[in-house]
Structures are given as structure tokens and as C-alpha cells.
Design a protein around this ligand. Structure first.
Ligand code: DCT
Ligand code: MG
Length: 401
């Protein structure tokens, strides 16, 4: 189970906390033969431990197709594959035949063809072709570096570069500060952050923020708020109860982290939020609140539990680098920012589409605008936003679309 766990983590699977492996030999044979495998964790009320089941068809190949479409700047197919992957992920059990997906929403022709291939041959030739594609491999590798987006990755690929080593040794490549940090801490920040590590980071952030402002409001957001076991970073939202008092808060937090000697990297972006321009942002755009993208040093002793820090075997440093995002909206925008930053991205996308299509409202991380009444609706909690949309409240753990 340990070997399997390491393999899954190495292949970017972040949601598996404990593996109750049902049939290791079947699993390893499938891996050796390159058959796609689906691993799911399911929590149920009766079964306390996550249960893992394995089947030959799942959402992961669709995620690869989405990623490949993104590299080709095919936005439509990319979103379609992501949506289809999300629908498959939400199913209570693995799919064993095409009949099981009949009538499900968001599964287009391409998705169905891929599923049929996997169910018939145990593999998708289209997905395998993509996996073997040199450009896909290079772009996937390059974009795994913090600070490297698809455009930069494409540029490097076109220059004939294929490995991270080649990027680092190519004299004509100028890395920006973020990318330099991305390479410097690559082995740590490409490793999943565990719940125990996120909790330890939470203690540091809470202590730091409340040392500066005891009445500051702080919330864990992102995947860990949705109950995920693993994430690529730890996200937080903070504000002050009094409007305007949040200005400068992040800069103080950054200084304090620096003083503690645990700030390895910081990219601070000041607020460009302008209330008179609401509703302002397109969904895929970053919001306009003050925020910072950090890399923090987390010590072994700060992490509870037997597993401790996520590290490579033989790594005896006693610490690891962790990516942390802090966002500080004004308090009257807090509920919208909390909803947006809790994610998931797909859940946010679906909620915005619903708001627009069904309610003639525009939702983003800043506001909810009613197009019929021509006004922005007030909300102090996420519950208020769901109520404005005429929806029952959806708990964060139910937002893992
Ligand atoms: N988000 C957003 N606008 C952005 C980026 C992110 O509203 N420009 C939202 C969507 C998800 C949430 O913030 C957190 O982002 P991530 O950390 O990228 O996602 P995650 O769900 O926390 O996933 P992971 O576990 O990989 O960190
Ligand atoms: Mg996150």
C-alpha cells in the first residue's frame, strides 16, 4: 500500500489519504500494461475510513484531454472535458458499462467515444496518443513549475527545450522571480500538501494575523475548506470587521512572516478593486483584491500526526516549502470572495452559469449583480448569496465538482 500510495502521489493524485487496496496484483498489472485505472476515495457515514475502489474507466483520462485542449488553446473542448470529468467524478460508483452513463448531462460525443474505447479495450488510444506526444509532455512538465503558464511553456518548447535541466542551463532564458522560486523549491512545491500540513500552516497564519490584528477575520478556503485530504497549496481569506481597516493588513502579515524567518518567497499584488466598476471581472480573470502568493517554510515539528511532513525518502532536512495564498477583500465583499475562493473552479463556473442563465444575475468574486433590478445584492454570508440565487445552501464539502 505504501508503494502504491507513493506511485499515486507521484502521478499527481492528491485526494488519497489512506488506501484500502482491494487487489494489489490487479492494480500493479494494470499499471505495468499501461491500462488506465481509476482510483476513487469515498467517504460514507457508515464507513469511517475512505474506501478505495478501482475500475477501468474514470475521469482522469478526461482531465488529460482537457489539459491537452488547454495547451492547444481550444477553450470550448477544454471546458467540455473538464465538465464531463466533473460529472464522472461525482458518480457514486465506478462506471463499468456505457449504459451506466446514459442520460447523464454534459457528456458529449468525444467524451462518450473515449469512454467506449476504455470500456472496450481497457485503454483510450486517443489519450495514449496524447500522453506520448512530445509537445504535451514538455508543456505538462514546464507548466508544473510555479510561475510558468502555457504561453511561456510553449515558447520554451518552440525553442527546442524539452527538460527542466535544459531550461536551467540555457543561457538565453531569463527566468522571472516567481519562476526562479518555482525552480528553487520545485521538488517541495510539486509535492501535494497534506491536511496535517495545511493545519500547521493554518496555525502559523492565524497566530501571525491575530498578533497584528486580534479582531481580524480569517478563513481557510480552497480545497482544504472543501474537506480535501491533499492540495497543491493552502488558501486563506482575511479581512477586518471595519471597512477600510483591511488596507495594509497583508503587508503587515508579510513583514511578520519575514521576521519569523519563514518567508521563502512573496509576490504581493495591491488591490485594484473599484466598487464603481461592479460587476467588473470575467469569470476566468483573477479578482481585484489585495493578495499575495507565498512560499513558506514549514518545520517537521509543527506538523501533527505520524506521517509528518511530505518528503522524499532520504530527505533529512526537517522542513519543506509550502505554497500559500492570502487574499484580503474589504469586509462587504467577504462573502463573495469566500464563495469564489472556496471553489472548486468547476463549482464556481457552474454557479456563475446558473446565475446568468436561470436568474439573469452576474456572479463573481466581488459581487452578485441583478440585471433585472440593475443593482448589486448585499450579502454578509455565503448563505445570503445562495438565498439570492434561490438555491439551497451547498456545504463546502459538497462543492468538489
Ligand atoms: N480561484 C479564483 N480565482 C482565481 C484562482 C482561484 O476564484 N484566479 C478560486 C477557485 C478555487 C480556489 O480559488 C482555490 O484555488 P486553487 O488553490 O487553485 O484550487 P483548490 O481547489 O484549492 O485546489 P488545490 O487543492 O490544488 O489547491
Ligand atoms: Mg488551493
Amino acid at each position: 500500500a505504501e508503494v502504491l500510495w507513493a506511485w499515486l502521489m507521484g502521478h499527481g493524485l492528491r485526494d488519497v489519504s489512506r488506501l484500502a487496496v482491494l487487489d494489489i496484483s490487479w492494480f500493479t498489472d494494470s499499471m505495468r500494461e499501461g491500462r488506465p485505472v481509476r482510483v476513487e476515495t469515498r467517504h460514507s457515514i457508515q464507513v469511517r475510513e475512505p474506501v478505495v475502489s478501482v475500475s477501468v474507466c474514470g475521469h482522469l483520462p478526461l482531465c488529460e484531454l482537457a489539459e491537452s485542449s488547454e495547451f492547444n488553446e481550444s477553450k470550448g473542448p477544454c471546458l467540455a472535458f473538464r465538465q464531463a470529468a466533473s460529472v464522472l467524478k461525482s458518480l457514486p460508483s465506478a462506471v463499468h458499462c456505457l449504459k451506466a452513463i446514459q442520460g447523464l448531462p454534459c457528456l458529449g460525443e468525444h467524451t462518450k467515444a473515449v469512454m467506449e474505447e476504455i470500456l472496450t479495450f481497457g485503454r483510450s488510444f486517443k489519450v495514449e496518443e496524447i500522453r506520448c506526444d512530445e509537445r504535451y509532455q514538455a508543456l505538462k512538465l514546464f507548466t508544473s513549475v510555479f510561475g510558468v503558464g502555457p504561453k511561456t511553456a510553449e515558447k520554451w518548447y518552440r525553442r527546442g527545450l524539452r527538460s527542466l535541466q535544459e531550461i536551467l542551463t540555457e543561457p538565453n532564458i531569463q527566468l522571472n522571480r516567481m519562476q526562479r522560486a518555482g525552480f528553487l523549491y520545485y521538488s517541495d512545491i510539486s509535492k501535494a500538501v497534506s491536511k496535517a500540513e495545511a493545519k500547521a500552516v493554518g496555525c502559523i497564519i492565524e497566530e501571525t494575523v491575530h498578533w497584528i490584528a486580534p479582531d481580524a477575520i480569517l478563513a481557510l478556503t480552497g480545497g482544504f475548506r472543501r474537506g480535501k485530504e491533499y492540495g497543491h497549496d493552502v488558501d486563506f481569506l482575511l479581512t477586518m470587521p471595519e471597512m477600510g481597516k483591511e488596507e495594509g493588513l497583508l503587508l503587515h502579515v508579510i513583514d511578520r512572516l519575514k521576521d519569523q524567518g519563514i518567508l521563502l518567497y512573496c509576490d504581493y499584488q495591491g488591490s485594484t478593486f473599484d466598487v464603481s466598476k461592479l460587476p467588473s471581472c470575467r469569470f476566468e480573470d483573477m479578482d481585484c483584491f489585495q493578495k499575495c502568493f507565498l512560499i513558506l517554510r514549514l518545520e517537521q515539528g509543527q506538523v501533527e500526526g505520524e506521517r509528518g511532513l511530505q518528503r522524499d525518502p532520504g530527505d533529512s532536512r526537517g522542513w519543506r516549502a509550502v505554497r500559500v495564498d492570502l487574499v484580503a477583500p474589504p469586509v462587504d465583499r467577504y462573502a463573495f470572495a469566500l464563495l469564489g475562493w472556496t471553489g472548486s473552479r468547476q463549482f464556481g463556473r457552474d454557479l456563475r452559469t446558473f446565475a446568468q442563465k436561470e436568474r439573469q444575475m452576474l456572479l463573481d468574486n466581488h459581487a452578485l449583480y441583478d440585471k433585472t433590478k440593475k443593482l448589486c445584492l448585499l450579502a454578509t454570508t455565503e448563505e445570503d448569496i445562495f438565498a439570492h440565487l434561490g438555491l439551497e445552501y451547498v456545504e463546502p464539502w459538497q462543492r468538489n465538482a
